[in-house]
Design a protein around this ligand. Structure first.
Ligand code: CMC
Length: 433
């Protein structure tokens, strides 16, 4: 197999034998050396399809955005290691990088931040939208509905300029909508955004200020929030990103596609795990000895309970985001106080699992959700907002993947096939008899 080719092009062929016949299938190599069998003509040539539940072994696209090596615990956005970005970049710089492919110049950085600050306000009619929701509505479905409803205010972007404008609008308005969802759940008045604050500071202001009291942003909190958003910003073809691509592949509105991604992220096996982790740790904290019971239940194949915040479809070693967050957790709790009890339980659970054959043999390690909830708690984010925070962070990744898909020369509507296992043709019972 040749190695020096343009990434993503055919480097060789594999042979598939079915009965007496042999078929050539192209092999495609990515820039980090991973190789895929291109099966797009398989059905045309052989009449067969592939079967891959959960798409665990299926590459749905060529992408130049994010690289993950799950065996070696590597995560890079546009080639830059996550550890480096986490140390030196702001969330808006990372958003620009993901969406545009390169680090912003000074002028691009300033004009992007200015554009975002300029579009943070929400149409007054949105007050009516939020007041139609139940008082105790969970902020995550409220956010999904609100982002979908934004499509009623702005027509679907077609040209590149329209897409750029829609992207800036959405990045600007998501924190406002997220904070609105939260204020609604408290029954408090919405706080208008403040353009003199940076992205994370403004979000904290909209969450915690009230008409009676200003909120003074703690720089430690604002920086750790920016870090959390950066760590969540993209993760290649996960469940919610694939939902965004699939919905967008029908040429649906950007905002409708992102709304679908938010709904997919809400599930407890995906972004909803961060809320479940903190609930699990609190339950363990309140009942002596329940850590062992939790672990036993998580290991029992007849029990649906899992150790939340553990395991990953792609990482088969330590999730690099979890190690950055673990260090950040220790630092934030030392600086701000917060529940060191939950952190201690989490670290203890991790220690036990690292020497437990069940977890070791299945390569189950803490994922990004294991420590994020503890930090959110330490900086005062309410539990029902944890997954909303994940959505805020993931937004630039969803956008980058959506725009990349629309410009892909291989673009086709997403439409998997199936192996039908239902009844063969039969007749309805005669209802007259
Ligand atoms: N606790 C106990 N056992 C587990 C866990 C867990 N958290 N995760 C996987 N396993 C077991 C699973 O039962 C299976 O065992 P066996 O081989 O005996 O049947 C084996 O490990 C492989 O698991 P799988 O379900 O085939 O793995 P998957 O790739 O389909 O699922 C996952 C990945 C993340 C959904 C799963 O690990 C899980 O449910 N984890 C808990 C929820 C969680 O933390 N989700 C956040 C993921 S990271 C951030 C994000 O994507 O949003």
């Amino acid at each position: 197999m040749t190695t020096e080719t343009t990434p993503g092009t055919v480097v060789d062929h594999a042979q598939l034998r079915i009965g007496e016949k042999t078929f050539d299938l192209p092999l495609v190599r990515g820039s980090e050396g991973e190789v895929a069998i291109d099966i797009r003509n398989l059905r045309r040539d052989t009449g067969l399809i592939t079967l891959d539940p959960g798409y665990a072994n299926t590459g749905s696209c060529r992408s130049a955005i994010t690289f993950i090596d799950g065996e070696r615990g590597i995560l890079r956005y546009r080639g830059y290691p996550i550890e480096e970005l986490a140390k030196t970049s702001s969330f808006l710089e990372v958003a620009w990088l993901l969406i545009n492919g390169e680090q912003p110049s000074q002028a691009e950085r300033e004009s992007f931040a200015e554009g975002v600050a300029h579009h943070t306000m929400i149409h007054e009619d949105f007050n009516r939208f939020f007041s139609a929701l139940p008082r105790d509505a969970h902020p995550m479905p409220a956010l999904a509905a609100a982002v979908g409803a934004l499509a009623t205010f702005y027509r679907a972007p077609e040209s590149d300029e329209d897409v750029d404008a829609a992207v800036t609008r959405l990045i600007a308005k998501m924190p406002t909508l997220a904070a609105y969802s939260y204020k609604r759940s408290l029954g408090q008045p919405f706080m208008a955004p403040r353009n003199d604050l940076n992205y994370s500071e403004n979000f904290l202001h909209m969450m915690y200020a009230t008409p009676c009291e200003e909120y003074h942003v703690d720089p430690v909190v604002a920086r750790v929030l920016d870090l959390l958003l950066i760590l969540h910003a993209d993760h290649e073809q996960n469940c919610s990103t694939s939902a965004v691509r699939l919905v967008g592949s029908s040429r649906a509105h950007l905002f409708a596609s992102i709304s679908a991604g938010i709904s997919a992220l809400w599930g407890q096996l995906h972004g909803g795990a961060n809320q479940k982790v903190i609930e699990m740790l609190e339950q363990i904290a309140s009942t002596e000895g329940s850590a062992d019971l939790f672990l036993e239940r998580a290991k029992d194949r007849d029990d649906t309970k899992r150790l939340m915040g553990f395991g990953h479809r792609v990482y088969k070693s330590y999730d690099p985001r979890a190690s950055i967050l673990k260090d950040a957790c220790v630092e934030v709790i030392a600086k701000r106080g917060g529940s060191s009890r939950l952190l201690e339980i989490a670290m203890r659970l991790e220690e036990i699992t690292l020497s437990d054959d069940y977890f070791v043999s299945r390569k189950l390690y803490p994922n990004v959700d294991f420590y994020s909830g503890i930090i959110y708690e330490a900086i005062g984010i309410p539990v029902n907002m944890f997954t909303v925070m994940f959505a805020l962070g993931r937004l630039p990744g969803w956008i980058a993947q959506w725009t990349e898909m629309r410009r892909d020369p291989d673009f086709r509507i997403g439409r998997p096939r199936q192996i039908y296992v239902g009844p063969t043709e039969r007749r309805l019972a005669d209802s007259t008899g």
